[in-house]
Design a protein around this ligand. Structure first.
Ligand code: NI
Length: 137
């Protein structure tokens, strides 16, 4: 088993806000991320697949195909968008880095199977210092 990672990038706006809480509690819990007029991040997305090396290509997956898939399914739909408002598959989701990573994993996993390999992990970095990883469970 060998693991291959492709990095992609998107910029997006969001806010973290729990409607059932007071503005003060939202401010306390989410800080700047609760700003009513939104804020943005430069997200770094790392998609890791696992499989065995195809003896004819030497590849686990053709990274050209994986990159195109991530762009079509994720980056084109999230880049320069408001995650809370503009993205149909994020509706009703608290757009924390954790939840965005889970949504991306669940969206990509079946498509990556169609490329003949398996999704191992999504790593999503909201800032240089804050990243989450999701392995599907
Ligand atoms: Ni934020």
């Amino acid at each position: 088993m060998i693991y291959v990672t492709r990095r992609e990038h998107f910029n997006a706006a969001h806010k973290l806000y729990n409607e059932s809480w007071s503005p003060e509690k939202n401010e306390t819990v989410f800080g700047k991320c609760a700003n009513p007029n939104w804020h943005g991040h430069n997200y770094e997305l790392f998609v890791t697949v696992k499989g065995s090396v195809n003896p004819q290509t030497g590849f686990v997956v053709n990274l050209k195909d994986l990159s195109a898939l991530i762009r079509t399914e994720i980056c084109d739909k999230l880049d320069h968008k408001n995650l809370n408002l503009d993205v149909d598959f994020m509706q009703g989701v608290m757009t924390s880095t954790e939840n965005v990573a889970i949504v991306i994993f669940n969206k990509l996993a079946p498509k990556i199977k169609e490329l003949g390999t398996n999704l191992h992990a999504i790593k999503l970095c909201e800032t240089e210092n804050n990243c989450v990883e999701y392995f599907g469970e």
